[in-house]
Design a protein around this ligand. Structure first.
Ligand SMILES: NS(=O)(=O)c1ccc(C(=O)NCc2ccc(F)cc2F)cc1
Length: 262
């Protein structure tokens, strides 16, 4: 699937791109050009340790739906890989399209996927709050996993069943005992990593991106439930479907994308 830019040109981005971005030379998302990525043998395997008991709620924030975790202790963490420190999971969310031709934020040699999962972590060795870490260049680590349409994802179904409860912007529902490691591909040793930013405002250049080479599969019907969510709150007259909630791709600007595999 190629990102035919003309197809995307008419689409209204979710929000107006700011005129000036702080720094602006490490923005996300990007297209990962595989032949330009550099194998780094010093990249270690990722160590992911998630405790399902830290799962708290699902919140529709008007951009996506966030599954939020208790990040007041080091119970759900990621370390290793390109990371010097230990990072705490605070939430995960997705980006998706109006159809299966596009929806992911990153692409691999221009190949887009119907959706992309982001597991968001902050550096708890150096900072004491997410809000502090989000403005620091080594503050955040986001693991990105591409979603492809295929067989039904049994682990995802518990989340899909809860989504109608957060149909409108600013709605929230209790959601517990969900282990997000079920959303990781079997092999998490093969990934690309680069220095980037948040892909929604405030777009701060604080993110070490870890983009998984292997995707996961979800069914067409499961992704259709994502598309049944709304950008708009219950009070608004005009309801708008929550689809195409991805940012336009940004210039690589001389950055090197490293790979953990040859
Ligand atoms: N798509 S992505 O993975 O790059 C991404 C991850 C997290 C956030 C986020 O938390 N935003 C709200 C937010 C909340 C508090 C704060 F201090 C800063 C701030 F960005 C935005 C984008």
């Amino acid at each position: 699937l190629s990102a035919c830019s003309s197809k995307l040109a008419f689409m209204h981005p979710m929000w107006q791109e700011p005129l000036a971005i702080p720094g602006g030379d490490r923005q996300s998302p990007i297209d990962i050009v595989v032949r330009k990525s550099v194998f780094d043998p010093q990249l270690r395997p990722l160590k992911v340790q998630y405790d399902p008991r830290t799962c708290q709620q699902i919140w529709n924030n008007g951009y996506s739906f966030l599954v939020e975790y208790d990040d007041t202790t080091d119970k759900s963490t990621v370390k290793g890989g390109p990371l010097e420190d230990q990072f705490r999971l605070c939430q995960f969310h997705f980006h998706w399209g109006e159809n299966n031709a596009w929806g992911s934020e990153h692409s691999i040699d221009r190949r887009l996927f119907p959706a992309e999962l982001h597991l968001v972590h902050w550096n708890s060795d150096k900072y004491s709050l997410f809000e502090e870490a989000v403005i620091e260049e080594n503050g955040l680590a986001v693991i990105a996993v591409f979603l492809k349409i295929g067989k039904r994802h049994e682990g995802l179904q518990k989340l899909v069943d809860a989504l109608p409860a957060v149909r409108h912007k600013d709605s929230l529902v209790e959601f517990t005992k969900f282990d997000p490691s079920c959303l990781l591909p079997e092999n998490i040793d093969d990934y690309w990593t680069y220095a980037g930013s948040l892909t929604t405002p405030p777009l701060t250049e604080a993110v070490t991106w870890i983009v998984m080479k292997r995707h996961i599969e979800v069914s067409h019907d499961q992704l259709a439930v994502f598309r049944s969510l709304l950008f708009t709150s219950a009070e608004e007259q005009v309801q708008r479907s929550m689809v195409n909630n991805f940012r336009v791709q940004q210039a690589v600007k001389g950055r090197t994308v490293r790979s953990s595999f040859t």
